[in-house]
Write a protein that binds this ligand. Structure first.
Ligand code: CAA
Length: 392
């Protein structure tokens, strides 16, 4: 049977960053609550000319520069912070990246789980035709009400993945465990720019979905817990993944220490919650920071509020280190520009009605920008950096 999986992946984030120590001080909260209690250091914040489209295109660009577009016939865009009720954000990305006209492009939504649904679908497309490659893009802006308990768990970022036969990074194994239950733990009504969340319920819903998905994984013939060498979980805040590993250890009776997932945290501590991209930012961090992964099995858990979960596994391919992008990812994260709290709050509340023409100020130094609204439609453009498309 052909092995199929993630051939390459790349991460992108925003121009701005807010330091959680500043947010804590301003709120009269001990900064250790955020750094240790939640396991978060900073959060990415988009400029007025950045959004899920610009981040998604930015994440996908290095994949195309490295691998070209041959065989790419499908672009699956996963997000829960969509920019249109009808049109897929993937179509804007398709144009910005100059992808072939002969493609299917669609958007996936089920909270933070959407990217895993897209990945599983991509595996199916490639299984049917191993010559095809699928571009999966996950991109989100996590926004809660100012002053709410969720505020320090905001963030923004995108991860793009190229799914192909005989992958260079991670072969996804066929067995999956899934879970679904209608629960009001977290959602975003159509007329709200911020999520509504029952924080306590969201924690138990996440842990419940994990154990249900694990039991289903086992019933479906998945490997035993002792055959999994590393764990990578959805990270709404990195402490949540620690709670999840503890929960899985209690549920299975296995001894599972945090060393098995420590390398997954580096990027998400900096980005904050990236919703659909969070699990895959964790995977990027693991592949970039752990030198002893060749041939090892990673257990991945994807959670999407509302609520669904999926537990699945992947085998790391020998030579994965050659595809790493640690230096450029770290440079991007370190290069973010600090945003003071007044400016952050102003950006947080900024809304631009779709029935009024509006030109976005030029702020981002990324490869693509949201130019604004004209004739009720969103307009995007490549910046001089994007036009130059330097090799990566
Ligand atoms: N030093 C160190 N730790 C401290 C501390 C201090 N001074 N003060 C508090 N802490 C610890 C607390 O003990 C707690 O740790 P434990 O959970 O391990 O006990 C931690 O800091 C957080 O403290 P609280 O529970 O008091 O925090 P809170 O009630 O203010 O908010 C939250 C926590 C409910 C998760 C909130 O951040 C929130 O609503 N976040 C958004 C929802 C979310 O992310 N849910 C996760 C599951 S849903 C999901 O995964 C989907 C998704 O992406 C949203």
């Amino acid at each position: 049977m052909t092995s199929i999986g993630i051939h390459d992946l790349a991460l992108a984030t925003t121009h701005h960053v807010v330091d959680l120590a500043e947010l804590a001080e301003d709120a009269g909260v001990d900064p250790a609550k955020y750094h240790i209690g939640l396991g978060q250091d900073r959060m990415s914040v988009p400029t007025a000319d950045e959004d899920i489209v610009t981040m998604g295109a930015e994440a996908a660009l290095p994949l195309l520069q490295r691998h070209g577009t041959d065989g790419i016939r499908t672009l699956l865009f996963a997000t829960e912070s969509g920019v249109d009720q009808s049109k897929s954000a993937g179509l804007f990305v398709h144009e910005l990246l100059g992808l072939p006209r002969t493609m299917r492009v669609v958007e996936f939504k089920q909270a933070c789980y959407g990217a895993t649904a897209a990945l599983q679908s991509a595996l199916g497309f490639v299984a049917r035709n191993p010559q095809e490659r699928v571009l999966v893009i996950s991109s989100d802006v996590a926004r809660y009400e100012l002053g709410s308990a969720g505020e320090p768990t905001q963030g923004a970022g995108a991860v793009a993945m190229l799914v192909a036969a005989d992958p260079a990074l991670l072969e996804i194994e066929p067995v999956s465990g899934v879970a679904a239950r209608d629960v009001d733990d977290f959602w975003r009504p159509n007329d709200s720019t911020t999520a509504v969340v029952d924080g306590r319920l969201s924690l138990t819903a996440y842990l419940g979905a994990l154990t249900t998905a694990w039991d289903d994984f086992t019933a479906a013939g998945g490997v035993g817990i002792e055959q999994i060498d590393r764990f990578c979980f959805h990270q709404p805040f990195t402490k949540m993944a620690r709670k999840a590993l503890t929960g899985l250890a209690q549920h299975t009776g296995a001894t599972l220490t945090d060393e098995l997932q420590e390398a997954t945290f580096a990027y998400n501590r900096e980005l904050g919650n990236t919703y659909t991209a969070s699990l895959y930012a964790g995977l990027a961090s693991l592949l970039d920071h752990d030198d002893d992964l060749a041939g090892r099995r990673i257990g991945l858990f994807s959670y999407g509020s509302g609520a669904v979960g999926e537990f699945f596994t992947g085998l790391v391919r020998p030579g994965y280190q050659q595809l790493r992008r640690r230096e450029s990812t770290e440079a991007q994260i370190a290069g973010r520009v600090r945003l003071g709290l007044p400016a952050y709050r102003e950006l947080h509340g900024a809304e631009h009605p779709s029935d009024t023409d509006w030109e976005a100020p030029s702020v981002t130094e990324g490869a693509f920008r949201f130019a604004g609204i004209r004739d009720r439609a969103r307009r995007y453009e490549a910046t001089p950096v994007g036009t130059a498309q330097p090799p990566v």
